[in-house]
Design a protein around this ligand. Structure first.
Ligand code: ACO
Ligand code: ZN
Length: 226
């Protein structure tokens, strides 16, 4: 029993010592040397990757009071492609994607949200697709049958077996942790819909999310219904 108490005390101290860096967002334990080291390694690399110095021929596709969205196309100059890739790797890292390659890199369009501090705080990769399988939400009556919340969230989703026509696939969407719930993902998607295909405005149904994470599903559900 003493061991148990000790464990609880240790866990409490760990919680107590946890800090969230206000610039890179990493949560670490400041009184743990290894954690400190890992943070210092990550911190600068991360801030460098999301730093946006700007370039002469940037393609601004939307402007807001708190930032702008630029579009990077596959044939753009190397420096633009390089920045898009740097940010995409940050996103992939967080999403736990192993392979860095895109399905069809020659057709992928990358949208970057730049905030007023010249940081890339949002990244969206959109690709031309032909069809998609709609994610279905089970009806509410069925959901009531289980009380376990975790199971709930996993069971509530399944995919249709009949493919539907979709025109634009979102293969990555990422917003910097400290900039979430400010409508950045929403604004990036709205911008994709009006700029992805020249001369036509895509409906929400014509956009498909590939393999969404729990965050991605919550966001996509909200986005599709509004
Ligand atoms: N939990 C619950 N609801 C959410 C969440 C969430 N984590 N995120 C968004 N929503 C809903 C809310 O209703 C929100 O409106 P509200 O803030 O007024 O309540 C609405 O969606 C709009 O949200 P935005 O502010 O536009 O979304 P945000 O800019 O925060 O970005 C995103 C959402 C991209 C999912 C972000 O949380 C993120 O980057 N997460 C980590 C990476 C990730 O999981 N990306 C999705 C991968 S799937 C894929 O790439 C295809
Ligand atoms: Zn930091």
């Amino acid at each position: 029993k003493q061991d148990e108490d000790q464990l609880i005390i240790d866990a409490g101290q760990k919680q107590f010592g946890a800090t969230s860096c206000s610039s890179c967002g990493m949560v670490y334990s400041a009184d743990n040397p290894e954690d400190n080291f890992q943070h210092s390694q990550f911190h600068q690399r991360f801030l460098d990757a999301i730093k946006y110095v700007g370039w002469k021929k940037e393609r601004i596709v939307a402007e807001f009071w708190d930032g702008k969205i630029i579009l990077v196309m596959p044939d753009d100059p190397k420096y633009a492609i390089k920045k898009a890739e740097e940010v995409r790797q940050i996103a992939d890292n967080e999403l736990g994607f192993q392979q860095v390659a895109l399905c069809r890199p020659a057709q992928a369009k990358t949208y970057l949200f730049i905030n007023s501090e010249k940081m890339v705080v949002g990244c969206l990769v959109a690709e031309r697709i032909q069809q998609a399988f709609r994610v279905l939400v089970k009806p509410d009556q069925e959901k009531d049958m289980t009380k376990d919340d975790f199971m709930e969230r996993h069971r509530a989703w399944c995919c249709a077996t009949v493919p539907e026509q979709a025109l634009c696939g979102i293969s990555r969407i990422w917003v910097f942790g400290l900039a979430r719930r400010k409508g950045i993902a929403t604004r990036m998607l709205d911008t994709v819909r009006s700029t992805f295909m020249y001369g036509s405005h895509l409906t929400k149904e014509e956009i498909a999310f590939s393999d969404p994470t729990p965050d991605g599903k919550l966001f996509a559900t909200k986005y599709s219904n509004t």
